[in-house]
Ligand binder design. Structure first.
Ligand SMILES: Cc1ncc(COP(=O)(O)O)c(C=O)c1O
Length: 372
């Protein structure tokens, strides 16, 4: 049996009529840039996150950059984040001219370790940028308490956490600003690129709106130098359709994760866990194995695609070589980067596919399909 890592076609086929209706409405109205489809989706997404404002932008990377810029972060400022994330998190900080400051992750949640924050916070620290990695929330209350003590903002990278709950509240709306990606394979994915900034701060929202659209207040009145980074009308209309299915799709991911957790051998594999305050939405189902290369080879031979998120922490990437870090500085990020491997996970994954993955994992790690 071949098990794909993600199958978006399955998801889209199931709602094809709704998507087709949305496309037709946009094409017939010609509201491709800004306009009512974007406004409607922004309204619905703000409501979903429990915040007052949502501003659609060109990508998750731009959401992070525009959020930081709108918060007034720039050269001379420091922003604290983790090295164990997708590059965009740190790229966005660098693009503002601010300095990236890394702290290690907590090994159980793979999210920022709040216990490391006080050690690196200085008078120049303007923001803490936790990443809700894999769909599991960072420990927001501890982060917010420390940030408040030091007058720093908390900007959430919720690119992998649409619908994730922290103590019953949706991520993205917990800090000062939340940033989402709608990259196609995300829990809420566009049929192309897209992103969203969410916030309760009206001034930040107004500034992101200006920045995403050439800094203009009206057609040719430019009050600041901005960018062209708008979520387009077609993507907004499609995302608005998909938002209606998000909770159901997340529930399917959780169900699949539960099957994996029952079937996989915790004794010889590091299995993902949820903190007591977390509702994981399993953007990715990530296990840890000591000999990853061999494991992936055997999985591939069994017809199961696996991926690695992420094989090299950012402090060891050439792109960030100018930062004052070296091997050994963030032991957990480095260890996770060596050991993590993501198994197939997507809404609509079939029971027999999960069984096939479990079977392949057993063979790969024990040489037997049943031995635990
Ligand atoms: C944690 C994280 N942050 C930021 C991004 C950037 O989002 P985008 O690809 O939409 O620019 C991603 C996307 O993969 C991500 O996973």
């Amino acid at each position: 049996m071949i098990v794909p890592f993600v199958d978006l076609q399955r998801q889209h086929r199931a709602i094809w009529n709704e998507l087709e209706t949305a496309v037709r409405a946009v094409v017939e109205s010609s509201q491709f840039v800004l306009g009512r489809f974007l406004e409607t989706f922004e309204h619905h997404f703000a409501e979903y996150c429990g915040v007052r404002h949502a501003i659609g932008v060109g990508s998750g990377t731009d959401a992070l950059f525009l959020a930081l810029a709108a918060a007034g972060i720039g050269p001379g400022d420091e922003v604290v984040t983790v090295p164990f994330t997708f590059a965009a998190t740190a790229e966005a900080i660098r693009r503002t001219g601010a300095t990236v400051v890394f702290v290690d992750v907590d090994p159980h949640t793979a999210t920022i370790d709040p216990g490391q924050l006080e050690r690196v916070i200085t008078s120049r620290t303007k923001a803490i940028l936790p990443v809700h990695l894999y769909g599991h929330p960072a420990d927001m209350d501890r982060i917010l308490t420390i940030a408040k003590r030091h007058g720093a903002l908390v900007i959430e990278d919720a690119a992998q956490a649409h619908g994730t709950l922290y103590k019953g509240r949706r991520t993205g709306g917990l800090g000062h600003i939340g940033c989402f990606s709608f990259y196609p394979n995300k829990n809420l994915g566009a049929l192309g690129d897209g992103g969203m900034v969410v916030t309760n701060d009206g001034a930040v929202a107004a500034k992101v709106r200006l920045l995403r659209d050439h800094g203009r207040r009206s057609k040719y009145e430019h009050v600041m130098v901005g960018y062209n980074s708008r979520l387009d009308g077609l993507q907004a209309a499609l995302l608005d359709v998909k938002l209606r299915h998000l909770d159901h799709w997340n529930a399917q991911r959780v169900e699949a994760a539960e099957r994996y957790l029952v079937g996989l051998p915790g004794s010889s594999l590091g299995l993902p866990s949820s903190a007591p305050w977390a509702t994981h939405v399993y953007h990715l189902f990530v296990v840890r194995v000591p000999d990853r290369e061999a494991f992936q080879r055997q999985m591939e031979a069994a017809g199961v695609t696996t991926l690695v998120h992420y094989p090299l922490p950012l402090h060891l990437q050439p792109a960030f070589a100018s930062l004052p870090y070296k091997v050994g500085d963030f032991p957990w990020a480095e260890r996770l980067a060596r050991e993590v491997v993501s198994l197939p996970m997507f809404p609509g994954i079939r029971e027999e596919e999960i069984a096939g993955v479990v079977h392949a994992v057993m063979l790969a790690i024990t040489g037997s399909p049943t031995c635990v």
